[in-house]
Design a protein around this ligand. Structure first.
Ligand code: GAR
Length: 198
């Protein structure tokens, strides 16, 4: 069976990207990474990629006139590498209509909260400040709203009485690393399903 081809977008540490690569390497996930794009030249993800053969591109938004011309280049790269599913793995920039329309229904994101609660930055801090007793992560299709779009899957973790941001983030991150590869696997299965012709 043909593995689903991914285009991963990152901005930072890259642990979710690494989790995807590990699942592919260990044969647990029928996918291949066509290309990784980072909008940040100092992203930790780039150090991880340096140890691999995955094609990698750094594209800084500030190098372009406007968001549209930036996203047109991203679209061109995704097409060149025959990407079927775009995975935002800690990509911290809001995608605009140009990119979203080009890959409509084929972009997913991971976010460290139980959406629609706590979108945006510092989701774990927001959850602690609010006093919620359960937290977690969400994988969802991407629309033009920040951390918006139809939810595919969520994982729940407890918030413990003495949690600080680091402790809660680590507990959620463990679930992120499990959930994101799992959802990619599901989407890959659906894509491979035979089409009904009647
Ligand atoms: C992850 O916790 C991810 O859920 C979050 O950024 C972190 C990236 O870590 N994404 C968002 O907050 C998106 N709104 P990583 O670079 O180690 O995967």
């Amino acid at each position: 069976m043909k593995p689903i081809r991914l285009g991963i977008m990152v901005s930072g540490r890259g642990s979710n990207m690494e989790a995807i690569l590990k699942e592919i390497d260990s044969g647990n996930l029928a996918a291949e990474v066509g290309v990784v794009i980072s909008d940040n030249p100092t992203a930790g993800a780039l150090n991880i990629l340096a140890e691999t053969k995955v094609p990698t591109l750094v594209a800084e938004r500030s190098a372009f006139r406007d968001k549209e011309s930036f996203e047109k280049v991203l679209i061109g790269v995704m097409i060149e590498y025959r990407v079927e599913l775009v995975v935002l793995a800690g990509y911290m920039r809001l995608l605009g209509p140009t990119f979203i329309q080009a890959f409509s229904g084929r972009i997913i994101n991971i976010h460290p909260s139980l959406l629609p609660a706590f979108p945006g930055l510092n989701a774990q801090r927001q959850a602690l400040d609010y006093g919620v007793k359960v937290a977690g992560c969400t994988v969802h299709f991407v629309n033009e709203q920040m951390d918006g779009g139809r939810i595919i899957a969520q994982a729940v973790v407890p918030v413990l009485p003495n949690d600080d941001v680091d402790a809660l983030s680590a507990r959620i991150l463990k679930e992120e690393h499990r959930l994101l590869p799992q959802v990619i696997g599901w989407i890959g299965e659906v894509v491979k399903m035979p089409q009904h012709t009647h």
